[in-house]
Design a protein around this ligand. Structure first.
Ligand SMILES: C[C@](O)(CO)[C@H](O)COP(=O)(O)O
Length: 249
């Protein structure tokens, strides 16, 4: 990956027409979320009085150049997801709700296919895919990944790991980086890559891994991000996200 800060800065004079796919279809088993004793999808947990997903969706809606927002729900949870986010949306805001699959990859594919017509027609030039469980991704981060993807092909937010790691084999301390979302890509390359992956039955661990396999010619740029863009994974993450929300305003 290259660092876009090494290249000319991505300019955003004309925001790139884009779509955002928010994934809300994960199992979330590690967070162990329950409501009234029943397991609940972690993106529906309350965070500062609103479901986690509402924060994620509202940030995504502030993306410059946004044309379409897709939310991918777990099969059987479509009604619950719609019920959770609709009260917080302006009635003019159109959110496409689609049903996800059995894996993250399948849910990503369903979300991307939901804007296939707009990609093919050229209306949408860049698509960003985001974890619904990352409620603190800022509109600024969305703007940066979309502008960078438009410029170089693909953009992935990264944050340096807190500590150096020593690998066995005598290579000395290594600085690792954590990969986050939203991950953004030129839309036609993204759609083609997911269609090629479907033919092979390939399942990527994230969007970038599918692009790396099926569109290796697409340059992926690392966009500097921060630890505040956390993913709600463990029970304590909700309290941490709440504290960060309060601090960030
Ligand atoms: C893509 C990701 O956010 C990178 O940190 C992460 O791998 C997503 O994990 P999930 O378990 O599929 O939510």
């Amino acid at each position: 990956m290259t660092n876009p800060l090494d290249a000319s800065p991505a300019t955003d004079a004309r925001p790139t027409p884009c779509a955002v796919v928010v994934l809300a279809a994960g199992a979330g088993s590690r967070v162990g979320a329950t409501v009234a004793g029943l397991p609940v999808n972690k993106v529906l947990l309350p965070l500062a009085g609103r479901p986690v997903l509402v924060h994620s969706v509202r940030n995504a809606l502030a993306t410059p150049g946004l044309r379409h927002l897709v939310v991918v729900a777990r099969p059987g949870e479509e009604g619950m997801v719609a019920g959770a986010i609709t009260p917080y949306l302006d009635e003019r805001t159109e959110v496409r709700l689609v049903t996800g699959g059995a894996s993250r990859h399948a849910s990503e594919a369903a979300g991307i296919e939901a804007v296939a017509a707009e990609i093919t027609s050229g209306e949408v030039e860049v698509v960003a895919v985001h974890d619904g469980a990352r409620p603190l991704a800022s509109p600024r981060l969305y703007a940066a990944v979309v502008a960078t993807a438009a410029e170089v092909g693909g953009a992935v937010p990264v944050v340096p790991a807190r500590s150096l790691v020593t690998l066995s084999g005598g290579e000395g301390p290594q600085q690792l980086a954590g990969v986050q979302t939203p991950q953004a890509f030129r839309a036609s390359a993204l759609l083609d890559a997911y269609r090629a992956a479907a033919v092979d039955g390939f399942e990527g661990t994230d969007t970038a891994s599918t692009l790396e396999k099926y569109a290796p010619e697409v340059l992926l740029a690392a966009v500097p991000s921060g630890t505040s863009n956390l993913k709600v994974t463990f029970p304590e993450d909700v309290a941490l996200a709440e504290a960060l929300l309060e601090r960030l305003g």
